[in-house]
Structures are given as structure tokens and as C-alpha cells.
Design a protein around this ligand. Structure first.
Ligand SMILES: [Mn+2]
Length: 581
């Protein structure tokens, strides 16, 4: 299955159902951490579950040293086996995946092995002809090419038959993966997955494979007695972590806080060129740039052409080739955006035709025109639009290939597991999954998933919600607070950018910007101060100078507190009447 894909903020469909979100205050924590920080920072921390001073201080402190990688299950065995392969000049195949986590982790492992003197053979399957994960023809091909050791990156945990075949034809297998562990494990020689039952990986539990590969690379160097240049791996470890939507807490937070500066000074010519074409300013790079700008371009390779282009972009040392690949991925990304937009429009039409205003607790739509390259992106958009889990599938000749995206309250992979016999294959995480099912089973799959969702989501209001951390009038925004808020970043999955409510703000001016006038550029005044603001996807809100509005907003500066501040308006309404003062 494919892991959650980074979404492109600018790909919101112009003519899809307008998004009406309910504004809701985030649930209050019991306690607020007391310490040497402003009340506002303390409140935001408490709303992220950090309620005592010690945890808060550790969270705010600069990123410390890397934790012990041997907390990961079987890492010793993996290091030992790989070093033996290096010593005896074995051919090592590194089998990745076509998403950013799979490509970055394969690149890290190949890079580490090459640094130690081996000649690894990276392999990325084709999304369309091979699909996700190991497949036997590819394994046999790698064996014929001389591989006697197979390392999987971001796949393998569910590949019982494929791994049995690899071993039968004379390969040892190391699985490096973080996908949810099925009841029957493959009989690999070495399984490195922090989610294995009995594993106690501490802060390493939620690592994406890019993070696992970082720790494997570090451990390999240390065991070989070779110096380890962490920066040369952290750049893409951070990229894979963010693009796989791994929660930005614990070791993932550390990888990102050390990885963003490493990315800013990366020596990879391809990545530098990609930042260029994506207009990412390396000096002020944020987690959002990774998720919304670099990630979609790298993913576009696998969605439209072949992900080996993305792997090559990460690995090439050649300036000119790096530039060429960056331009190519940028063009593929534009094509991906067009296709996604058309497909989302079609999906919304199908949803509305099928169920009208009365939507079931889980949305499921399929069409022969939905490319399996973008079904995950369509599903994510439907989750955004309807506030409930969504399954989107490509109808093929005999089988359908689906991508599922869920919301916090519903474990989608567990739901699939209730009736495994319905599927040819399936797998995934809590929030995202994929499956292949015969076309004559699709109605049963729909019945199963709607029933499971109805049970899990009973009594919940599924209208899309915009969570608000606290009231913060624009006139109360001060430099000190802004700097403290930046220290709570990087923001993303698991550590959302704080959102604030400001009432009765005056519109100084407003104009439509962006392709199709989708966005609104504003200047907003409260008291004596005027702030520049951008409202993505809110071009349909009509306002004029002098209008009074209520806004929910974020601050746009999680990397560089000295950068000019622009308020990002998440939602906007005509101001509610104010109570008399
Ligand atoms: Mn992954």
C-alpha cells in the first residue's frame, strides 16, 4: 500500500463542494507547564499534551544527541549481517518503495553501504505494473543479478510468500519497515520494525523508514569504526519523515530539528535544484516546505512516471543531471496536479450523485478513470471536504485498487482486517491503507467498511472541524510571543501549528491571487497595527476595505523568527456582533 502522500495546498478544486468548517476550541488540558516562558507558549504546550515543567523544558531545549539505535529490534543482527556482506563483497539489493519514505530510506541505505565500500543495487518497484511491496519476479531478477542479501526499505512486513521465495532461491532477507504488523510475520532472517510485538523502542516507536534507515546508517558506521557524517543522511531522513506524515514528536522531532538545517546546506545537487524550482528558500526551510513543496514533486515521479527518477535525483553527484531531474519532476508534478484536480472533481460528483446531502460515515467511490497513482490524493481531499474516512479505487478489468484515508477516531487497517478474505492484498497504518479486491467483492467491502465506520463513529458530528488553540487578538501579537511559538515547532502532523481566533478585525485591503483566483491576499488591522495576511483557498469569501471580519489564523514563521511575518488566515467570516464594552 502507499503511505499517506503529502498534499499540495494549491491543488484544492475550484468547483468542489465549498468547505464549511465548524470552529471549535481545542480540548483543554488539566495543567499548564509552569516555567520561564510566556503564558501563551505554556497554553499551547499544554494543548499538545505537555503539562509539566520538565517535559516542557526538554521539548523546548535544543535537539540533543541521537538516542541509542539498538533500542530497535534486531538492529545488532542487521548491522552484523550487513558488515559481513561488505567484507565479503556480496551483492546487496536494497528494495524500496515509490513514495518519498521508500525512496529516501533506500537512498540512505545504499549511500551507507557504498560509503563502507560495498556496491549496493537499489530497486524501486513500478507503481503501475508491480504495485506496492515485494514481488516475486523482481526478487528473482535481483537474485539473477547476483544479490545474495536483500534489504527491504519501507515494505516487507506483510510479504510472507515473497520473502519465503527469496530465501528459497538463496538470499538472506533483512526487513527494515514501520508498517503495522500483521498476525502472521514473514520468515525473514532479520526483522527491524519498531512496531513488532515485544519491541520496546521508546522514542523510536513512531519512526518512518527514513528515520530507521538513518539509525541503521549510523550504527553501521560506528560498528565499522568509521566516522559518520550525520548531516549527509539527516537531510533526506527529515524529508521522508515529514512526507510519510509521521508524528513530529520524540525522535521524529529531533530528526526534523537537526534535519532542517542539514537540508538547508545539503550537498545533493538534485535536492538543491529541486528547492530552486520549487521556490523553497533553503535558509528558512520549514516542515511545510517538505510536505507541500518537495514531497509532491518527489512523489510525482512514482505517480506519473517511475520513482527511480526521484531516487536518482537524491543520489546523483552530478550537478547537471541533478538540475535536469529537478525540472523533470517539476513538470511531472504539474501533470499530477492537473490529473488530481480533474479526478477530485469527478469524485465529488460521484459522491453527491450517490448519496446527496446524506453522506454515510465512510465515503467510498471508484471509477475506471481514477489512476491508481492518484487515488490516495483523491481520498485525502475527500476526507478534507467531508470530514470522514474516504476510500477511492481504480476499477480495473478484474480487480480494483484502492487507497484509504481516515480520521483520528477510526483505525482503517484494523477495519480491513475484520474480513481479510475479501481482499487479494491489503495493508497499512492507522490513518492510511491500501487494498486490492476483486470487482465482485467491492460491494461487500463497502458494506464492511461503512458498518465498521458507523460503529466507531457513532454519535460523532462529522462536519469538518477547525480546531482553535486560543483567542489571540491581532493587537496582542508581540515579538516575544512569536519567537516562543516558533520554538514549539517544527509544526506538522502530531504537532499542529497553533491556531488563534481574532475577532472584529478590519480589512484594510483584499485582492484575489493565484491560479484561478483561489486565494485571498489581505491586509488586516486591529488597533494601531496592520498585518499582511494570506488566505489559501478562501478566494470565494467576498470582502472589501472597511469590512469587519473574524478570523482563525496561524503565524507563518516556524523556521526563522527574523523573517517578515505574514499571518495565514485559515478561515474567515463576517464579524459576529460584539457585546457592548
Ligand atoms: Mn513509510
Amino acid at each position: 500500500m502507499t503511505t499517506p502522500a503529502a498534499q499540495d495546498r494549491t491543488s484544492a478544486p475550484a468547483d468542489a463542494a465549498p468547505r464549511r468548517r465548524r470552529w471549535r476550541a481545542r480540548a483543554r488540558a488539566e495543567a499548564v507547564p509552569q516555567g520561564d516562558w510566556p503564558d501563551l507558549a505554556a497554553r499551547i504546550l499544554s494543548l499538545r499534551g505537555i503539562t509539566d515543567a520538565e517535559t516542557a523544558a526538554a521539548f523546548l531545549a535544543p535537539a540533543g544527541p541521537a538516542p541509542d539505535p539498538y533500542a530497535l529490534p534486531a538492529l545488532h543482527a542487521a548491522v552484523e549481517r550487513l558488515l559481513r556482506a561488505v567484507a565479503t563483497h556480496e551483492t546487496v539489493a536494497v528494495y524500496g518503495d515509490f513514495d518519498v519514505d521508500g525512496v529516501t530510506s533506500a537512498a540512505e541505505i545504499a549511500q551507507a553501504l557504498a560509503a563502507l565500500g560495498a556496491a549496493p543495487v537499489p530497486y524501486i518497484p513500478d507503481r503501475f505494473s508491480e504495485g506496492y511491496g515485494l514481488n516475486i519476479p523482481a526478487i528473482e531478477l535481483l537474485r539473477r543479478d547476483g544479490a545474495t542479501l536483500l534489504v527491504t526499505a519501507d515494505c516487507g512486513t506483510s510479504s510472507v510468500d515473497e520473502i519465503a521465495r527469496a530465501r528459497e532461491i538463496g538470499m538472506d532477507v533483512i526487513v527494515l519497515d514501520h508498517h503495522t504488523v500483521p498476525p502472521v510475520l514473514p520468515d525473514a532472517n532479520i526483522l527491524v520494525n519498531p512496531k513488532l510485538p515485544g519491541a520496546a523502542p521508546g522514542g523510536l516507536l513512531e519512526l518512518a523508514t527514513a528515520g530507521l534507515a538513518f539509525h541503521l546508517a549510523a550504527a553501521l558506521h560506528e560498528a565499522a569504526g568509521r566516522p559518520f557524517d550525520a548531516d549527509a543522511y539527516l537531510d533526506i531522513a527529515a524529508l521522508g519523515t515529514v512526507c510519510d506524515m509521521a508524528p513530529l514528536a520524540a525522535e521524529n522531532r529531533r530528526l526534523l530539528r537537526t534535519g532542517l538545517p542539514a537540508l538547508a546546506r545539503t550537498k545533493r545537487p538534485g535536492l538543491r535544484a529541486l528547492m530552486d524550482v520549487a521556490r523553497v528558500d533553503a535558509r528558512s526551510i520549514t516542515a511545510e516546505d517538505l510536505g507541500y513543496k518537495l514531497g509532491p514533486r518527489l512523489n510525482a515521479a512514482g505517480r506519473i512516471a517511475h520513482a527511480k527518477l526521484a531516487l536518482e535525483l537524491l543520489m546523483t553527484q552530478d550537478e547537471e543531471r541533478g538540475r535536469e531531474l529537478a525540472l523533470q519532476l517539476d513538470a511531472l508534478n504539474r501533470e499530477r496536479q492537473d490529473r488530481t484536480q480533474q479526478a477530485v472533481n469527478l469524485a465529488v460528483r460521484l459522491v453527491e450523485e450517490r448519496d446527496g446531502a446524506d453522506q454515510p460515515p465512510l465515503i467510498m467511490v471508484g471509477h475506471a478513470d481514477f489512476s491508481s497513482g492518484v487515488v490516495g490524493l483523491i481520498a485525502s481531499k475527500l476526507v478534507d471536504l467531508y470530514g470522514r474516512p474516504a476510500v477511492v479505487y481504480e476499477i480495473g478489468a478484474e480487480t480494483s485498487r484502492a487507497s484509504c484515508r481516515s480520521i483520528d477516531e477510526f483505525h482503517i487497517t484494523d477495519a480491513l482486517r475484520v474480513r481479510p478474505e475479501l481482499f487479494e492484498r491489503f495493508g497499512g497504518h492507522r490513518a492510511a491503507a491500501g487494498f486490492t479486491a476483486r470487482n465482485d467483492r467491492i460491494d461487500d467491502v463497502r458494506a464492511l467498511l461503512v458498518e465498521e465506520a458507523a460503529r466507531a463513529l457513532a454519535g460523532r458530528d462529522l462536519a469538518p472541524v477547525l480546531e482553535i488553540d486560543c483567542n489571540l487578538p491581532l493587537r496582542a501579537l508581540r515579538g516575544e510571543e512569536i519567537q516562543w511559538l516558533a520554538r514549539i515547532g517544527p509544526f506538522g502532523v502530531g504537532n499542529p501549528a497553533p491556531t488563534f481566533l481574532a475577532r472584529n478585525v478590519t480589512v484594510v485591503d483584499a485582492r484575489l491571487v493565484g491560479n484561478g483566483e483561489k486565494h485571498l491576499k489581505l491586509r488586516l488591522r486591529d488597533g494601531g497595527l496592520t498585518w499582511p495576511a494570506i488566505a489559501f483557498g478562501l478566494g470565494a469569501f467576498a470582502c472589501e476595505p472597511g469590512d469587519r471580519v473574524d478570523i482563525v489564523y496561524c503565524l507563518n514563521n516556524d523556521a526563522r523568527p527574523d523573517a517578515p511575518l505574514e499571518i495565514r488566515v485559515e478561515d474567515i467570516r463576517v464579524a459576529e456582533p460584539q457585546p457592548p464594552a
